[in-house]
Design a protein. Structure first.
Length: 479
């Protein structure tokens, strides 16, 4: 089905509850329905928003177009969790129902302020000439879960010299002052993150300047900026668009990158001795990652497993997108480490060398020396397989999803490779029906992606093509 612009921006009231129920059932009944990852109740899920801790619970929202597998009129759907693993859906929370968000309640963030959760996000407006007018909006969620939108935008104007690509505010607090970091495209087509300051999240907000995190030109636009701190060191997680491959190479249509600084100067909003940008994930689908520092200062991130301007096989079933697991972020010798937070998912241990896989397991491999050859997760009743190959010469690991069911984003290739140290290797592979997350060496690197097997099936681990010294593999079934 082709979606015209007019169809994408029809008001929510134009859709019947009967249709929504049908779309929800289609998602539920899909063979690609995920077992333990966040997915849309219906339609398209994209960015994580408002990921935070408030009122004794973890909160996250997803960008949603509930009526089909396309980027249409966006809203926010709310979920809560006691443990960052088990999420309860609380339904659509921010409707695009004011004149400041007539074409979508776009991405933003949340921060507990007083007894409320304060939400700051971008209202997307298009005029009759389809010209964009972004507004940075505020809302509070009270302890009863009721949303109150502020009547006026927090930031209504685009600063001089910048374009209408001005969105995705990250709200944080530092020493009693509030900061909003907003992705922006300058009129000279360079990418920036603008920093605003306010004594109170309700305002008044004043422009402080650009965030300084690189001396290089990192493309024309930044989406979804996040400044977090790990052991006092600043870490920027962001989505640069138009980034030159000579600065950092990447295989996806748009990368999700990170930069680590030795320290942060709040007066000049500068990273001291920043690294260059590096891929946050070496896989196929991570984008729009949202990260924040919890009240105990620990840093957590969650990603959209999906890319802009990309179609997915599940579009045929009218839905698209899911989230990654929550990842706990630490720095080890200045390098980012991402570890899956997945408390209480373990159901039973099993031996993956002999037992079947249902694609709802965690497999862990420990290689005392760097292996050679390949291992596969093979379907029993079709030729579908996911292949991990190891090159002992170049110390690289390649993940190939090209034989695993229906193709995805073929223009960007079916394999991804990462370089590894020439040492022992630990792999933790999370499988969830239509998604995998591979954590390498306890999260020193992560390779994630979506998979669309042809049919419901059982799978087997095949290590017959692997040359490895007495390695260990263990399995855990997940609920
Ligand atoms: C990133 C993004 C954001 C925007 C949102 C709209 O995927 O384009 O920049 O706020 O999605 O859904």
């Amino acid at each position: 089905q082709q979606w015209t612009t007019a169809q994408r921006y029809r008001p929510y009231s134009a859709y019947s509850t009967k249709l929504v129920t049908k779309l929800q059932r289609q998602q539920q009944d899909s063979i690609w329905h995920l077992g333990y990852h966040i997915q849309p109740a219906s339609g398209l899920l994209n960015d994580p928003n408002g990921f935070t801790y408030y009122n004794h619970q973890w909160h996250v929202f997803y960008q949603n177009f509930p009526f089909g597998p396309v980027h249409g009129l966006k809203s926010w759907v709310h979920l809560t969790s006691p443990d960052l693993t088990h999420w309860t859906a609380d339904g659509l929370k921010i409707y695009p129902d004011t004149k400041y968000e007539s074409h979508g309640a776009y991405s933003g963030s949340a921060l507990a302020v007083g007894s409320d959760l304060f939400l700051m996000y971008t209202g997307n407006v298009r005029d009759e000439n389809w010209q964009r007018h972004p507004y940075q909006l505020g809302a509070t969620l009270d302890q009863n879960g009721t949303l109150h939108k502020l009547a006026q935008p927090l930031i209504g104007d685009i600063p001089a010299g910048y374009t209408d690509h001005f969105r995705d505010p990250q709200l944080i607090e530092h020493e009693g002052t509030y900061y909003a970091f907003i992705g922006a495209r300058k009129q000279d087509d360079t990418a920036h993150i603008l920093a605003y300051q306010a004594p109170d999240p309700k305002g008044p907000w004043t422009l402080k300047g650009e965030l300084h995190y690189s001396d290089q030109n990192l493309g024309y636009m930044v989406e979804c900026p996040n400044l977090i701190f790990i052991d006092q060191q600043p870490v920027l997680i962001f989505c640069p668009q138009g980034l030159s491959q000579t600065i950092a190479s990447y295989d996806n249509i748009y990368p999700n990158m990170y930069i680590v600084g030795e320290a942060f100067d709040w007066d000049t909003l500068s990273f001291i001795n920043p690294t260059g940008p590096q891929n946050l994930d070496g896989g196929f689908d991570v984008y729009a990652t949202q990260a924040f520092n919890a009240p105990d200062d620990q840093a957590y991130a969650i990603s959209w497993l999906g890319l802009p301007d990309t179609t997915y096989p599940s579009d045929a079933e009218n839905w698209q997108g899911c989230f990654s697991l929550v990842k706990h972020l630490t720095l080890v010798a200045g390098q980012l480490r991402q570890q899956a937070v997945a408390q209480g998912l373990a159901k039973a241990a099993f031996d993956p060398k002999t037992a079947d896989l249902q694609l709802q397991e965690k497999l862990q491999f420990d290689f005392p020396n760097f292996p050679k050859g390949q291992l596969q997760i093979k379907a029993q009743h079709s030729s579908d397989k996911l292949t991990l190959s190891f090159d002992a010469q170049t110390h690289s690991l390649t993940v190939d999803r090209g034989q695993m069911g229906q193709p995805v984003a073929l223009d960007h290739g079916t394999i991804r490779s990462i370089q590894l140290p020439a040492t022992a290797l630990r792999l933790t592979l999370w499988l969830d029906h239509s998604a995998f997350e591979l954590y390498v060496n306890d999260g020193a690197q992560v390779v994630s992606g979506r998979l669309f097997p042809r049919q419901a099936d059982t799978y087997q681990l095949d290590t017959s093509q692997l040359a490895a010294d007495d390695f260990e593999v263990s399995g855990t079934r997940l609920q």
